[in-house]
Design a protein around this ligand. Structure first.
Ligand SMILES: NC(=O)c1ccc[n+]([C@@H]2O[C@H](COP(=O)([O-])OP(=O)(O)OC[C@H]3O[C@@H](n4cnc5c(N)ncnc54)[C@H](OP(=O)(O)O)[C@@H]3O)[C@@H](O)[C@H]2O)c1
Length: 266
């Protein structure tokens, strides 16, 4: 574990990671340093007890591991501000969507250790799914540290960088499709007479529980689906209605569309 960890950008995702680290007890607040706009730094210093830096470069000079959690359009500004403080002992981890390891490397000294993470917003409630890609200078120990850090936000998988487009399709962008599904499930329940507040509760808990069944039972999703479908019953009737509407092909097209769009944007 590096002694101190720094965050350039402490907005939604930066704060989600900081809170995950504190909750998991991986770092104490005195070993977390942030740099963001002044009012936010004052607020987070008060709320979380974390330290603050004077500038992006000041932050990097104080830590071994820097997490950059600014919007992608701010990445060049940040990298240019920190480059004089970066050397082969520092690790730079970026969560900016669409900014490649090569793009980051171009702005920093040769042989800088760089990691790229694609998180998703359920990280805000500790159930995120993150991918981790690294360049050739990152050691196994540093990679293991990143996995530990990201595990405090949910689950993490190592992927080759070229697979990030697929990751965006299946997890980065996917919470939005799942929300559409939950909304549609609930609308269906309202149509069938259930009060709306209860409809969202039934729909969301059913999605959560079904996801847990996939993750924890080790069974193939098709096997779990078969277990619910009794012959001539209600569920197979609903599955037939979904298949008539090309449900699976539509979802596959959505994942493919997000992956292709990410490729265009990178
Ligand atoms: N895959 C996903 O679903 C997913 C989800 C969320 C986020 N992300 C990635 O996570 C990154 C952060 O997103 P977010 O939602 O956390 O953004 P955010 O809430 O806007 O947080 C970014 C913070 O960084 C600050 N900032 C901007 N320039 C800075 C600089 N030079 N030095 C220090 N701080 C600076 C911003 O301040 P101002 O507001 O004043 O600019 C803001 O407080 C993005 O790059 C995004 O692509 C991915």
């Amino acid at each position: 574990m590096t002694e101190k960890i720094g965050f350039i950008g402490a907005g939604n995702m930066g704060q989600a990671i900081i809170k995950g680290l504190l909750k998991a007890g991986l770092y104490s607040e005195k070993n977390i340093i942030i740099y963001d706009v002044e009012p936010l730094m004052i607020q987070l210093k008060g709320e979380l007890g974390v330290g603050t830096a004077l500038s992006e470069a000041d932050l990097v000079s104080q830590v071994d591991l820097t997490i950059i959690a600014v919007k992608p359009n701010m990445m060049k500004t940040v990298l240019s501000a920190i480059k004089t403080e970066v050397d082969e002992t520092k690790v730079i981890l970026s969560i900016a969507a669409g900014v490649t390891l090569a793009t980051i490397a171009e702005e920093l000294p040769a042989a800088t250790k760089i990691m790229r993470v694609m998180p998703n917003t359920p990280a805000l409630v500790g159930e995120g799914m993150s991918s981790l890609s690294i360049n050739q200078y990152v050691t196994e120990e540093e990679q293991a540290l990143a996995v530990t850090i990201l595990s405090s936000l949910g689950k993490v998988e190592l992927v080759q960088e070229y697979l990030i487009d697929a990751v965006v399709g299946v997890s980065g962008s996917a919470p939005a499709y799942v929300y559409l599904f939950i909304e549609a499930l609930a609308d269906g329940a309202v149509l069938a007479g259930l009060p709306r507040a209860q409809a969202y509760q039934f729909a969301a808990q059913t999605v959560l529980g079904s996801a847990k069944m996939v993750l924890e039972s080790g069974k193939h999703p098709a096997e779990l689906k078969d277990m619910v479908c009794s012959p001539g019953g209600t569920t197979i009737e609903a599955v037939h209605a979904l298949e008539t509407g090309q449900f699976r092909a539509t979802v596959m097209n959505a994942v493919k569309a997000a992956a292709e769009r990410n490729r265009e944007l990178s």
